[in-house]
Each structure stands twice: as C-alpha cells, then as structure tokens.
Design a protein. Sequence first.
Lengths: 779, 779
Amino acid sequence: MFRKLILLLIIGLAFACKNETTKNENVEETTSLNVPTTYYTQYVNPFIGTSKMGHVFPGATAPFGMVQLSPQTNFEVMFEDGKYNTETYEYCAGYQYRDSTIIGFAHTNFSGTGHSDLGDLLIMPTTGDLVLDPLETPEGSKGFYSTFLHSSEEASPGYYKVDLDSYNIQAEMTASERVGFHQYTFPKSDNAHIILDMVYNIYHHDNKNVWTFIRVENDSLITGYRQTKGWARDKKVFFAMQFSKTFKSYGHKKYDEVIYDGFYRRFNQTENFPEMAGKDLRAYFNFDTEEGEKIQLKMALSNVSSAGALKNLEAEIPHWDFNKTYEETSDKWNKELSKIEVETLTEDDKTTFYTALYHTNLSPIIYEDVDGQYRGLDQNIYVSEDFTNYTIFSLWDTYRALHPLFNITQPQRNNDMIKSMLVHHDQSVHNMLPIWSHYANENWCMIGYHATSVIADAMVKNVGDFDKKHALETSVNTANVRYFDGLGDYIDNHYVPDEKSGSSVSITLEFAYDDWCIAQMAKQVGNTSIETEFLNRSEYYKNVYDPKIGFMRPKLSDGTFRKNFDPMDTHGQGFIEGNAWNYGLYVPQNIDEMVDIMGGKERFTQHLDSLFTMEIEDKYIEQHEDITRDGIIGNYVHGNEPGHHIPYLYNWTGHPEKTQARVRMIMDTMYGPTVEGLCGNDDAGQMSAWYIFSSLGFYPVTPGSPYYALGSPLVKEAKIHLENGNTLTITAKNQSKDNVFVQSVSVNGKLIEDHLLSHQDIMNGGELIFEMNSTPKKQ
Amino acid sequence: MFRKLILLLIIGLAFACKNETTKNENVEETTSLNVPTTYYTQYVNPFIGTSKMGHVFPGATAPFGMVQLSPQTNFEVMFEDGKYNTETYEYCAGYQYRDSTIIGFAHTNFSGTGHSDLGDLLIMPTTGDLVLDPLETPEGSKGFYSTFLHSSEEASPGYYKVDLDSYNIQAEMTASERVGFHQYTFPKSDNAHIILDMVYNIYHHDNKNVWTFIRVENDSLITGYRQTKGWARDKKVFFAMQFSKTFKSYGHKKYDEVIYDGFYRRFNQTENFPEMAGKDLRAYFNFDTEEGEKIQLKMALSNVSSAGALKNLEAEIPHWDFNKTYEETSDKWNKELSKIEVETLTEDDKTTFYTALYHTNLSPIIYEDVDGQYRGLDQNIYVSEDFTNYTIFSLWDTYRALHPLFNITQPQRNNDMIKSMLVHHDQSVHNMLPIWSHYANENWCMIGYHATSVIADAMVKNVGDFDKKHALETSVNTANVRYFDGLGDYIDNHYVPDEKSGSSVSITLEFAYDDWCIAQMAKQVGNTSIETEFLNRSEYYKNVYDPKIGFMRPKLSDGTFRKNFDPMDTHGQGFIEGNAWNYGLYVPQNIDEMVDIMGGKERFTQHLDSLFTMEIEDKYIEQHEDITRDGIIGNYVHGNEPGHHIPYLYNWTGHPEKTQARVRMIMDTMYGPTVEGLCGNDDAGQMSAWYIFSSLGFYPVTPGSPYYALGSPLVKEAKIHLENGNTLTITAKNQSKDNVFVQSVSVNGKLIEDHLLSHQDIMNGGELIFEMNSTPKKQ
C-alpha cells in the first residue's frame, strides 16, 4: 500500500512536470498542432540516427506499437542511373535523411535492424492526373513520389509531419498502438487521390508479395490483407482503413497474371468494383477537395483478420480527433520517458539520452488484437490469456543490454516478452525459443539461442511471474535441437568444427554463454543435474582457444586448429560480423578465466589497448557492410554488437580507469544529437540501450548474472523510477566533460569495491553516488 | 410425436433391409474388405460417367463430404507427344476412365463441373529410388506415376481401391466428412515412400499455387496449408495428416525462388527439417516395409486452420480401424440412398437410378469444422450458430432440379444451404447472394442470380426455417447490383443491350425468371410493392423476342434487333452455351405466354418437334467444348442445362404424349449404367437430378412454383420416404419399356387433369399412380 502511494506520487509528479512545461526553446515548433509540448518528449528527436547506418525511422508510433508509421524515401538511387534502386541495406527502416523524395507512408517498420522486411500498406496522397507507379510510369514520366524539404519536416514521439511539395499537400500522422492516423491537408482540387500501394515492400521491394486482397466495404471503409514471403516467410498483415470523407470513385491496377478471366470479360472490375485480389495491387481513391481541406485516414492493423483490424480500429480510435490521439500517444511516451529523469552537462546530451530511451521503447512490438487474439508461429490463432503478446525479437542484439534495461524500466513488458517467447517455443515445430523472430515467423537470423539469456537474466533478477520450470524446459529443448546451426556437432565435439560452419568460433562462444545462462536458470529452480550439465557445456569456449597464438581460432573435426588463419579478417575465419581480435573476447560468463587463459591481466590489458588503438587496413573494413569507419575505434567495432561488452573488460584486468575513459569517449564520439547520431544499426534498441546504461554509469556485461559492471556516468544526476515504487537517484559528483574518472562509488552509503553493482541495489532505490575526477583513482 | 415414431420405423426398416442383404450377385467383390454389402450402396457404380464428359470421380466420400478423395489420372496426354498435358477440360474431376496411369490421390474434387479447381493435397505411395516429379524427371526418366488396370479397381460409396502396378502397392481409401483415410499395402521394401504433392492442382496444373506451408509436428503427424489462386481466387485448404507408422526420414523439394537464404547457407532444410514453406512444395516420407504391410494415413481438412483440421481428425476418426470408417460412411450412404426405394424394369435401370441419386448427394459440400467454425467470404472466421455451412454452389446448373430435389429428399440440408447462401450475402462486399461460389470465394461463373430461385422454391414449398424477410432482402439487394453482368443496363433498358454483353439474351431471360422468383418470395412475406416491382421485371423477357423471326434475339441499345443473327449458332449470338433455338425457350415463369407470343401451341409444338429432330451441322457443334454429339438430340442439348426443361414443354402445347415419349427416350439414351453413362457434365448433380425426377414421373420446370410438370415415370414403383415421416408411393401400372405413354395420373385417388403435380401432394404422402400404355392417351 505504501509502495502504491509512492508510485502514485511519482506519477503525479511526472504529470505535474509535464503540465508545468508547455514550451521550451529547444523544441521545434509544431505549429500545426495546438497541444502542449510535454516535458520529456521535447528531448526526443526522432531524426537522430536516420542518416547512414542508424536504420531508425522518424515516423509516428506509440511505445512498442504494432503500427510504426513512417515516410519511405528509398527510391533516390533510381534517378542517378535511371534504374531501380537496388540498394536495400541503407533502407532497412525505409528512410534515409539524405533523400529528397518521399513515395509514401508505410505502417510497419523495423527500428534499427541490419536486415529488413515490413513496409506494409504504403499510403500516398497526390493531386492531378492519377499516376499509379511510384517511380516512373511505363511511358517514362514521373511516378507518384513527391519532393520534400527537411525544413517542412517535424517529428516527435507519436507525430510526424512533412509537406509533399509536388502536390502542395501537408501530411501529418500520429498513431495508437494498432492504428495509424493520417491527416492530409489538400489544395483545392477536383482530382485528388489517396493511393494504397500494396506492392511496396522494404528490402527486395517488389518481389516479396504472396497475395493481396482488398474489399471496399462502403464508401469510406476498406479492409483486406497482404501476405509476403520476405524475411518472415509467411507473414500476414490484415487491415481496416477508414477515410473521414467518402471518396467519389476508386479503382486499382493489378500487376500479376490472372488465370481466370471469365469474370473480367463481362465486368469492369478495375474501377468502382469493391473486391480486388492478386499478387500485386495498387488501389486509389478519388476525392474533390477544397483549399486547405483535411482528409483523414485511420489504418488499423491486425495479424489475425480484417475483422480483428476493424475491432482494433473501433477500440483504439473511435473518433476523428487527430489531436486527441496525438495527445494520448504523447502522454504514453511521456510516461515511458519519465521513468528516468536525467540532468546532463549539456542539452545535447539530454537530447541524445532521451532519444536513445525513445529508441529502446520501439521494439519488440505488441503483436495481438485488442481482444488478445494473435497469430501463432504455426499460423493458428491463439488468445493471450495472462499476458500481452510481443514480436520482433532481434535477440542476438537485444539480449545484451535492451532486455536487461527492460528489467529496470519495463519489467512488466519484459515479463510479457518472455511469455511471448515461451509460447513461441510451444508453437514451434522445432520446440525452440525464438532466435530472431517477427510476425509469427522465425527468420533464423544470426547465431546462438539468446532467448535463454533474456530468461535467465529475468530469473536471477526476480523479474516477472512466468513459469520458471517451463522456461527452463524450453531452454533445454532449444539447446538440444541437433539440426540447428551446428548444435549437434557442438554437443558431440564440445565445439563446432570449422568444416561444419563458417562461423564455428562465434557459434561455439555464444552457445557456451547461452548454456551458462541455462545453468543459471536450473540453479534458480533447483535442478542440479541440468545445472551441472550446462555449466559443463558453458566451458566449451575453451576448446576454440589456441594458446599458441593467443586467439580464439577455428578448430577442425580432428582437433587441430585451422592452418590458414587471419585474426584480423572478419570473413571466413570462423567468426560472423567480427574477427578474432574483437569477437574472440566473448566469454561473459567467466571473464576472469578468459583473461587468465589469454595470458593474464597484463597481456589482456595490452590486447584491449591494441584493439582500441591499432590502425586497421581498409581491406578489413570495406568487405563488410556492417562495419564502417563511422562505428569503429581502432579494431573495436561499436557499430555492431559482438564487442559491446569489451570497453568494460578493463574492470577485470585491474584497469577500471581505462573502462571509464573508453566508455565516456564512446558516448562522446559514437552517439550524438544529430541525424548521424548512431554509428551503426540501432538494432531494435540495443545500441541505444548501451548508451542508456553507460550514461547511468553501469552496464550488464553478463546478462544472466545479477551484476552490472561499473563504468563512468555521463549524467550529472538521474532518477530511475522503478515499477516497485522505489526511486534510485544516481549522482555524479564533480561531474564534467573532463572528469571521466571515478574515484569512488557508493550505494546508500556503502562503498562498492569490486566494480560490480548488484541488481538488488538498484531495486532497493536510494542513492548511487559516483565521485568524479579528471585523473584516475590512485590504486 | 406420431410422426417421429413413423420416422424411426422407416429408419429401422431401412437398416433392417441393409442387414438382411449381405451379398448380391450384382455387386463387385470387395475381397479386401470384410464388411457386409449394404442394400442400396450396391446399386451405385461410381465409375458411371467417369468417361468423357461426365466429369464425375470414382473416389471415396461421405454424403456431401468436404473430403472427396479420388485418383488423379490426368497425365496421359504427355506420353503421346512428349509434352505436358494441356488438356484440362476433360479432367475437371481429375479422372478419365480411358487413362492407364495414376499420379496420386487428391482430397478435393468437384463432381461433374464444366470448369474446375481443387485437387488439393495429392498423396502418392511409391517404392524404389525416390522420384519427386510426377511425370518425368529433369533427366527424362519416369516420374512417380504408376500404371494401373481397371480390373484392379473397385469403387462403392465411401470406398475406392486400385493396385498401383508400378510399385506393387494396393491403394484403398475411405472417408468421413472431413477426413480421408488411406490404406496402402506395400511390398517388402527398405525404400518405400509416401509423397505429399502440394504442387498438383486440377486445371492449370502447376501455376495456381500462391503459398504452401508444411510442419512435421512429430514422427507421424504433419500439418499445414495450401493457398491457391485458381477459379477461387483466394482459396485456403488447411490439413492435418497422420500416419499409422512413424516414418524413418523425410524431406522436400521446393520449386520456387527463395528470397532469403541466410538460413539455408547454414542448415540443410531439405531433409529431416520439420518446417517447409514456399510457393511449390513436394514432400516425401520414407519407410521400411514388410511384405504386405499396411501403412495407413488419415488426412483431415479444414478451411479455418491446421488446428481446426486436427480437431476434425480427432473428432471424426480417432482410431486406425479402416473398415469401421468405411462401414460408418457406407451406412450414411445407405441412409441417403434409402430415402427413395425404387423397383425398376431392369437391374441396369436400378444401377443408373441409385448412381444418379448418389451423384445428387456429392455437392454442395459441408464447409465448416466440427465445431462450426468456417471461413467466410471476407476471409474472416465465423461460427455457424444455427446451421451447417455448405459451399460449392453451381447455381446456374443446380437451381433447376438439384435444389428442388433437395426440397423432397434433403429439406434440412437445403435449409442449411440457403442459410449458407444468406451468410454469403451478408459477408459479400457486393451484398450479393452466391452466383457460383466455392471455398469462400465467388467465382462469378455463368449468369443470372439463381440463388433467388433456390430460395423462392423453398419458400413456396414451405421448406426450412430460414429468415424469409432477410432472404427477400438479400435477393432484392442482389438484383440491384448495377455493375453485375449487365444488370444496370437491364434495369435501365428493361433488357440487356447487345452492345453491353455477348450473352445479352440469355442474361435477360434468366434475370427475368429470377425476378419472378423474387416476386414469389415477396408474395410469401406479403410485400406487395416488391412483388409488383419484380413481377414487372419478370416480363422483360418479352423485350428480346423478335416476333418477325419468331426467336429471342439480341437487341441493341437503340431498340432495334441486331442485323446479323444466326439462331443456330451458339457463339456470339447473344446466348451463352446455347442458341436461339434451344436457349430461346427459357421463360419458365410464364410458359403459356411464351407459347402464345411465339405463335401459339401449334407453332410452338412444331418448334419443339424441329428442335428434337433437325440435323445439325458439325460447325455448330465443334466450336463449343460443352456440346458434343453424345449429349444432343437434333438441336436439343441434354448435355448442358439451358434446355433441361424443354422436353416437358409439350405439356403446355396440348401434347403431353410428346413429353412422355421424349423424356423416356432421353432417359434411355442419355443415361446408362456404364462409364459413358452421362452424356454431359453432371454439373454438381443437376444432370442426375433431372434423371431422378424424370424417373419418378415429374419434373420442376418452374422452380419457385409449387408445381411439377408430369412426365413419364421410368420406375415400376418408388417409395419416397420424406423427412416429415410420410411416404409417397409412386406406382407405374402396366409399366414396360414400350409403355411410355401415361393414360392417367392420380394422387390419393384424385385424378390430375392439368399435367401438374403439386408439392403438397408429394408431402402428404400416399399414392401417386400412373397408368401406362404403349399408345398415347386419347385426347
């Protein structure tokens, strides 16, 4: 009861803050909206990271919303060589800041991923002669894309605006969890159109469609679905789309072969015929508009059925008040963002921080209808009885820091996410937890079975009420699927032989860590035999260490190490998206022993020093799309995940000051409040979660253990408002840009001696105090 | 209560009959089954009509079953020219009797249609080296098809057997409503296979797939689905397939492009990997078999989900007793067949009769899971609360005699079928009743909106408890969809102008009849204004009659008749699948007036005489696939539907004796107990329903009226056991092959003077007595 009161008090304070602050000079003017600017959302700039490698989007979404509605710009390249844009990697989120044309607004987008999919249900308003081709018509004239200027763009959590200059149309959008809300301000026209492009896809733009289906239910309501065979091989998105104004006519163009035309020879089904189906469809709806007339459009999604989408539409946005929806969504964002209140040295840092926090609240997404119905991995429909179902588990990335962050900021959601992973296992024909899953599909991207890490981390931190024994069972099942990615060989040989996999070392290291996580679960539920078995497996990392050269190295089935081996090369050397120098330091489950077998603290310190300072030849960079000069420091790659723990490893070599300096340097150089403010893929929030943790002065080097490695906080002060009602106040005394060295750390008056902060210390709330200085603490 | 007792008594008698008769010399030996041969099923020969144009199948099915499991032979042509068989029309039901090879057994088949689809989930057992191509391997060697001999085939209602000589495998199959039950007797082999071919389709064999999905749930259970874009543009068939024996290994071959191969480069997913997805898949399951070992396989279907299929499997066949399922299905058939007990002049006639009755119990099919869930026309899932949902409505064919027959033999099912049509309307984005619908899709085949006829016929005959007012509303909605097939022009011009449709006359005639049916409904529910409106519309047939030439004739928008016009030609003359000579006699709603405007009784009699006797030039036949010499008499086409009422029209010209002779002649020449026993497409039972009615001595010339036109019975005696508990006994006194002329007809002692039998007279039960003679009754 007492805790509840405190919680209410905190929420009250947060709302008070919000109401006090109506405007701030740092906020871009949102002239088109007459809503008060909230306190924390003002520090979010959704354009941060939208240039180059960040792969985030500037569009409108609610926290963890199924609808992530964002402009799609990825057709620029065509104009240069006259051909179709085949560059897909840069457009994982559909938007690149350098572009000057928009082809429409899509309702689903990944945030920060390094491979992609989605881009469902592209909407584009136009005027003038109807053009149904996005880029160029068959006759060679301009497609329906529009030019735009960044000066007309505005974005804040839950809101996006742009002027489509080619048509003199202002486009605004907001969203609830399951519904995108568009507002288009038209010029006077007797030839205005809203196009629903069902062909457009992100990544491999036009060849992923399996089937599309549209019904014009009445003069303002459209339903239907699209099925694609993209990264998710059997993905279905159902929709219900409602216009605020009845259209005067409509039609569609179909691009695929029609087998049965018995119907077509008698009727005209391309115009004003309310049923459309085919592999590839683009539909259009025609309007007369007055000068300045607003046409609104609500697009509800469902992964169950169009009936489900209609239900979602009616439940979430039963009105036409655009500002009301935006305000509600903005309030939801403020609630999430106000969970960590920070004071920083600069306003820029605050923007970077809150934008990072924003980016950690975009994935995974809610993946069920308002009534709890959702599509399972077997394509059957289920009802989530005691949880909210989520999807988009980019686990190779997010187990590292994002899910650990959720254990502090989003324990209830993380509990639901774990329950979602457990039902994924239960529905999986492989009896496996998710590897990289989205939209009721396993896409098998990357390696390891890191759902085990997420589960173990929650268990040791006492987060959630999921079934612990079942969680262990699902993990053990997963860890015994012999056909999965060398796992049978790993079980038999105690390492993955080089002949069996091009990523044999990376896989062996990560399996071993995941096995340690399973052992931690077993310990939690008191299953000693499983604990012993998996602790044993967690030692297998040693089998790919070659003490002769001091590197992890591919080993053949006969037990000998591979002869030709280049520890600098990221290709064909037994690692995936990394090399032996950086990826080879991945033994988070036993760092002391890793340091020991790698030659002890001094040698390991030298390895780390070299890693961060060595000059790297171009040939080692240019061959891999995930590694660019932007995201690297020496041979350390912050732009990708395998090394995210590395800056903290100095803590284990007796040189915590090197960790402190390095993490401050990384926060300073690899993040920032600009469109280039992410040095690599945000990867569903992992890159941002690294920043949040590091800003606060600690990092979960070993998820599955209840400890965080201490670093050097960037904030002057932070208040973490916990779901248990407690507040942890972090204070960096004597904080400055130069004072990156921590002299002492105390939690509630107790000095921390071992560079580890416990989760319980956080949960207890109170005071975490860092004493800062410009010189390292004397040993 | 009294009626109930009578009903029980009848059922008891039927079962008694069945049990008394265990064997009959006319029955083919079913040596492989130790089950008693039932009385009525013995007279059914499913091979009747499987040659040439009948388009029926010999496979196993329960009455109106969703699973209609039948051998597919349609690859013969390839061997002649070395190319793929492009002949599709002959293979609407997958089987042509002349063929000598089988490529497998498919679970869905239309019965008798003139266009096709389905052929889902082809199963083929083989031995020896695995071959996954049905016809020919890429290297040019033999595909997985097998030769067979008709001497090894057996078929009876609910059972089919054949020896697959290429593999020395005996194949047997039976079925419940939703589950196909296979039993394969193998030779000794360490290399036996059961192939699940998800590529095979009937009609346009290999290009209809949209998506296929397979999960190997465990070592004997497979689930999945297939989506096709065939005649039904968005058809989904889900399945659950269980083997009686665990397979030793499995795999698949995929024929389509894979976009994302990130997975494939690391795993082998083609063998022993339990998840398969793609446009085109063929899966195989490997077994070791002993000599004579039986491997059984149960394949359950669902149109909802694979979970639904599994539920159907468990509910309908929870065991492995093949004979038990066959016996249950055989009992169901006997129950249906025993509703009409006939005594005939010859055993051949009895076989023809019961096989025709069998063919009238194959379509429409039950289209819902055991729990009432079904897929609606909008692709959403519904639950049938107070009815059983049916699909396959070949209404242009079946409104004529099949649904009227159901009003006698299957009133409860016809009520359910009408309710299925009403929900079709409610789910239709067009607000239309079905035209030609199957598998939650409208395929728009043929013309008119004849669901109105089915509904009106049931209403005037007091069949069913469907909502009459809603039925009228759905009919009026349907009759006002202006974009449908010239309907707007019909409403505006009072006929369909020739410029607007190539079938303008046929459409005008049928719309006018359907409008009369709507007027009958309106009369039933007391809506005078609708009755008047649609009675008025029902007169529009007159607007396409050209009194100058005495034929129905295409009329232009300006009100003049088309100049170039050939009343013999079936192409481009305003008719569809017919010509002015035969199709032009279609005014069932007012035959007296038609006769009158066409020159009166004598001239009309001459027209009919000419129609049946004229010599027809080859050029008028060969151009149309639906008309062959087999099905025509002069210029009368019995092999197609538009003329089915014509032999009965003499009743309206004062020459009932000509009707009597003609219908006996048609029964004698157009039907028979052989594989060529259907002179044209059975069309979902319409052709057979014509035979049943005509055999009994009457025919529903005007569905929507409560009267039947009298003909000349073929039977010596028939007992119709009605659902109301009454029995109508039809007796043809002095019956013989030559005594085709009816001297008098009386019902319960009352002489019928006007050649019309009322439905009430049938429902009352009692005695319907025909006095037969070899010469016409004296006028």
